[in-house]
Design a protein around this ligand. Structure first.
Ligand code: SF4
Ligand code: SF4
Length: 394
């Protein structure tokens, strides 16, 4: 068979659906200190979530979560409202305790506003955060800019040592665009040299400029990165690179399935600053058709559209039913499909081409390391799978 590293001691994926906490993503503000070129968030007018709205959303998560809930601070830029994060964290913990449930915290941030106080607070309350960094200075500054058009790399770089001192396991998320597709290796090398070990990368499928040559450049970059990945894993170093690791995982463990990975409103919802509820972060946007995906409001709870959308997202993707990669491909992501094609069920051609290019490269890595019985690889993808650091941030 094509993928010889399949485990004979199959370890089933964690029983995510049994104890998976109900997660609410609080869009604390639409405002941001940056103006990234690919940002899908609403216009940067200061629409802020009131404390009352946020508390109702937290109550809703605790009510719907069987044993636990997760509060994810999101924006715009959530650290613009650190005082609110402090207040809401205390509230969430107190409410969870009164109900004898667990409470978890996440945050997505551009990291620039981090200081000793907020970093210490995150560490103290186990707030797991993902920080946006698009690579080296050239790659980052191509997209992630301040309102005056200047790049934000230096501002974040000045905070990196402090961030990693508080949290050596901080996850860094990078968006790949056509202009940065050929810079991936130098970007990863630059981030690695700064001490970063947890990388989450994804192409911006909405970018209008992707062409055949860009995809070819991206493939060349992935092949170069495969060499870097093999070197680090063979040296026994912790290197977590989502693009390869997730595809290896989809072979080593249970395949993805619509509705199982992209939870889309069932166990995860986004709450807009005004309290309206959506199945995922992308729908909190200025796009006129986003309102068709509103599934409730914190004042009145979820409405019947939620059930309808959850069921719809679990349907097979028509164009994928006969594809050998179905189950390993990211075609399940309803919000990404909607962002690019206008339908949660219609997978964009660019994603299809990307997956056909990426999966064989990840499998080649897996094949090599499996054949070598590489200890780091086996530990990461088999033995210690249950305790692997979580990658999913939104
Ligand atoms: S940091 Fe995030 S919210 Fe702010 S402009 Fe960039 S992508 Fe948008
Ligand atoms: S590779 Fe293309 S056809 Fe195959 S599952 Fe993915 S999106 Fe569908």
């Amino acid at each position: 068979m094509a993928f010889s590293f399949i485990s004979t001691t199959y370890i089933p994926a964690r029983a995510l659906l049994i104890y998976w906490p109900m997660k609410v993503i609080l869009h604390l503000t639409s405002d941001c200190n940056l103006r990234c070129r690919y940002c899908y968030a609403p216009a940067k007018t200061a629409k802020n979530m009131s404390v009352a709205t946020a508390k109702k959303a937290i109550d809703m998560a605790l009510e719907l979560g069987e044993r636990s809930a997760c509060v994810s601070y999101f924006g715009g830029e959530p650290l613009l409202h650190f005082d609110r994060i402090r207040e809401l964290t205390a509230y969430a913990l107190a409410q969870a305790k009164s109900l004898d449930k667990d409470m978890h915290f996440r945050m997505s941030t551009n990291g620039i506003l981090f200081d000793q106080t907020s970093l210490a607070f995150c560490r103290e309350h186990n707030i797991l955060y993902a920080i946006s960094l698009d690579g080296d200075k050239l790659a980052h500054d191509a997209q992630r800019i301040f309102a005056d058009g200047t790049g934000s790399y230096d501002a974040l770089d000045a905070k990196l040592d402090m961030i990693l001192e508080y949290n050596p396991h901080a996850v860094f998320t990078s968006v790949i665009t056509p202009p940065t597709a050929s810079r991936l290796l130098s970007s990863v090398e630059s981030m690695w040299s700064r001490g970063i070990r947890y990388f989450v990368m994804q192409p911006d499928y909405t970018h209008p400029d992707w062409g055949i040559e860009d995809l070819q450049r991206l493939e060349d970059s992935y092949l170069d990165l495969a060499g870097f990945y093999l070197e680090k894993i063979r040296a026994g170093q912790a290197f977590h690179f989502s693009l390869f690791d997730d595809k290896i995982k989809s072979h080593a463990h249970s395949p993805f399935a619509p509705g199982k990975v992209c939870d889309f409103g069932a166990k995860k919802v986004s709450v807009a600053p005004d309290g309206h509820i959506f199945p995922c972060v992308q729908f909190v946007s200025d796009r006129p058709d986003a309102k068709d995906f509103c599934i409730g409001h914190v004042e009145r709870g979820m409405d019947s559209r939620r059930e309808h959308l959850v069921a719809k997202n679990q349907q097979p993707r028509a164009q994928c039913v006969d594809c050998a990669l179905n189950g390993r491909c990211s075609n399940f992501c309803g919000c990404l499909n909607w962002q690019t094609t206008g339908s949660i069920l219609k997978v964009p051609g660019l994603l299809c081409a990307h997956e056909r290019m990426l999966i064989p490269i990840a499998d080649e890595i897996g094949n090599e390391l499996w054949a070598e019985k590489n200890k780091t690889f086996l530990h990461k993808h088999y033995k210690d799978y249950e305790n692997r650091f979580p990658y999913a941030f939104d």
